[in-house]
Design a protein around this ligand. Structure first.
Ligand SMILES: *[C@@H]1O[C@H](CO)[C@@H](O)[C@H](O)[C@H]1NC(C)=O
Ligand SMILES: *[C@@H]1O[C@H](CO)[C@@H](O)[C@H](O)[C@H]1NC(C)=O
Ligand SMILES: *[C@@H]1O[C@H](CO)[C@@H](O)[C@H](O)[C@H]1NC(C)=O
Ligand SMILES: *[C@@H]1O[C@H](CO)[C@@H](O)[C@H](O)[C@H]1NC(C)=O
Ligand SMILES: *[C@@H]1O[C@H](CO)[C@@H](O)[C@H](O)[C@H]1NC(C)=O
Length: 199
């Protein structure tokens, strides 16, 4: 596919929750945006079954949230909030993406509808509520949150999505302790991830 795009350089310092992007130039780039030949980066997660179709790779940027019951406790996960961007073309055409950071269109939001229900509200796909069914340590587990395999709760979803994999995570790991935190303090840790979405 040949398409014209506005090129954007995004500095994504993890200390800043919102992306800081500067428009740099404009050019016409070729990208296939074809996801059919893509396979996931290696992990111990159960791979998608052959009947599933990869319909979107979303780039997520936001925070993993934790709470500290007392300064003596260990941070407990209470969910995450992230903006989602359509990164299908970048993922499908890494050569194009490498030389031109193609602007990924905002496409929706990831949040938790309750403590154990990650929700993906994606323009064009609908709403997906999911459950974590498997996890795997990220390659750099001390720095990056786990990779996940989430199964859609199809009865509670408006989308056709069946599985969501959280891969290529950056950041988001909880601090080791709650030392120095107030009782009930919420700790937000910036993270990024790719969400590979299958229907
Ligand atoms: C971007 O570049 C293309 C190809 O040169 C041109 O047709 C288009 O008008 C440009 N768009 C903007 C917003 O400058
Ligand atoms: C982009 O695609 C057009 C039309 O298929 C082709 O003529 C051109 O050489 C391609 N450009 C690049 C940089 O691949
Ligand atoms: C998580 O943190 C974000 C800030 O990134 C905040 O907007 C959101 O309300 C928090 N959610 C919970 C459940 O604490
Ligand atoms: C993501 O972007 C590509 C390229 O513009 C487009 O073909 C695809 O439909 C988009 N995906 C969604 C779910 O909007
Ligand atoms: C893992 O992440 C930490 C924190 O960002 C970094 O200091 C360390 O070098 C990383 N290790 C590897 C093997 O990349």
């Amino acid at each position: 596919m040949l398409y014209s795009s506005i090129l954007v350089a995004c500095a994504l310092p993890l200390a800043i929750a919102a992306p800081f992007c500067t428009r740099q130039s404009n050019s016409t780039v070729n990208a296939t945006c074809d996801l059919s030949a893509l396979s996931q980066p290696a992990s111990t997660l159960t791979p998608p079954s052959p009947d599933l179709h990869l319909v979107l790779i979303a780039h997520g940027e936001g925070t993993q949230n934790y709470t500290c019951a007392t300064p003596a406790s260990v941070p407990a996960a209470i969910g995450a909030v992230a903006q989602l961007y359509n990164a299908s073309c970048q993922a499908a055409s890494p050569d194009v993406a490498q030389n031109n950071i193609v602007q990924a269109a905002a496409i929706g939001k990831h949040f938790f509808s309750d403590l154990t229900t990650p929700d993906f509200d994606i323009s064009g796909l609908g709403n997906t509520k999911a459950k974590k069914i498997e996890d795997a340590p990220a390659p750099n587990a001390s720095a990056d949150v786990k990779w996940l395999r989430l199964q859609a709760e199809t009865a509670d979803s408006t989308s056709q999505v069946k599985y969501v994999y959280r891969l290529n995570t950056v950041g988001g790991v909880a601090p080791a302790s709650c030392e120095g935190r107030a009782e009930g303090e919420v700790v937000t840790v910036p993270y990024q991830a790719q969400y590979w979405i299958y229907a």
